[in-house]
Design a protein around this ligand. Structure first.
Ligand SMILES: NC(=O)c1ccc[n+]([C@@H]2O[C@H](COP(=O)([O-])OP(=O)(O)OC[C@H]3O[C@@H](n4cnc5c(N)ncnc54)[C@H](O)[C@@H]3O)[C@@H](O)[C@H]2O)c1
Length: 264
């Protein structure tokens, strides 16, 4: 029996990368999964591969920065799923970098809407259904950028830090029936990081050297943690943001590197 047998799930950003791997893993563990994504064709492809209840794929083309459209997509997906017990607010991303005061305020607003407000609106749309199901779990995709930001990514980092705070607040309000957690991925090989990883091999070398796990992450590395957090295996875990970065962010403490230099 799968870890998510009998569950009904929505995954946003499910057409690609971490969301697609999560939709696949959740379905493999027995959940019926609806795939929501801006990329309707990609969502249809993934949903078609999974097969919904009775073999009918469930997907919606939706922009998570549009609260009304997101609420409508959640309603439609829940109707087709026949209820809702799991929500994965995963859609997000950032395409550029700039100095803090050089960010165009419109881009700042967009990144906050895409990475933070979308989680609020996703929960708002889904919470009544999760309660009606007698409980369930929410997993949000944050980022190591939220706790260990890099220069140049302020709106993304601030939004992802907000996701961790929102996750903890929601856990306080929705327990005991609904658990709310987040994952904070490190560097994961997806469309989001493709340009970086393909064009800057020295950066990839740096990631591999700096990561105790010795490699860049895969979408499945994160999806497996999301499945764990969604499942009853994590029944005593709520309000947490779990770092999934192969240990990369362990570096940077006061005597970091000295052991390798003088002793090992
Ligand atoms: N890849 C990484 O290294 C990494 C690291 C930390 C956090 N993350 C986070 O993981 C999540 C998934 O990213 P990924 O790496 O799988 O990237 P990805 O680009 O492969 O997938 C993101 C998906 O979200 C969808 N999407 C983008 N904007 C949307 C919108 N407005 N409405 C609906 N769907 C939208 C895209 O169409 C795509 O299918 C994001 O929240 C991202 O910030 C990724």
């Amino acid at each position: 029996m799968g870890l998510l047998e009998g569950h009904r799930a929505i995954v946003t950003g499910g057409a690609s990368g971490i969301g697609r791997a999560t939709a696949r893993r959740m379905a493999a563990e027995g959940a019926a999964v609806a795939v929501l994504d801006l990329d309707g064709e990609g969502a249809a492809l993934v949903a078609g591969e999974l097969g919904g209840p009775g073999g009918v794929p469930i997907f919606r083309a939706v922009d998570v920065t549009d609260p009304e459209a997101l609420a409508g997509a959640v309603e439609g997906a829940v109707a087709e799923l026949g209820g809702l017990s799991l929500l994965v607010n995963n859609a997000g991303g950032a395409a550029s970098m700039a100095g803090l005061a050089d960010w165009d305020p419109a881009d700042w607003d967009h990144l906050l809407r895409l990475n933070l407000s979308s989680v609020f609106h996703g929960i708002r749309a889904a919470i009544g259904h999760l309660r009606a199901a007698g409980g369930g779990a929410i997993v949000n995709t944050a980022s190591i950028s939220g706790t260990r930001p890099s220069a140049g990514e302020t709106p993304y980092a601030a939004a992802k830090a907000g996701v961790a705070a929102l996750t903890a607040s929601a856990a306080l309000e929705y327990g005991p029936d609904i658990r709310v957690n987040a994952v904070a991925p490190g560097v994961i090989r997806t469309n989001l990081t493709r340009v970086l990883l393909e064009n800057l091999p020295d950066q990839v070398d740096r990631y591999e050297r700096a990561t105790p796990a010795g490699r860049v992450g895969t979408p499945e590395d994160v999806a497996d943690v999301i499945v764990f957090l969604a499942s009853d295996q994590a029944r005593f875990v709520t309000g947490q943001t779990i770092v999934v970065d192969g240990g990369m962010t362990l570096h940077g403490a006061g005597v970091d590197g000295l052991f390798d230099r003088f002793i090992r």
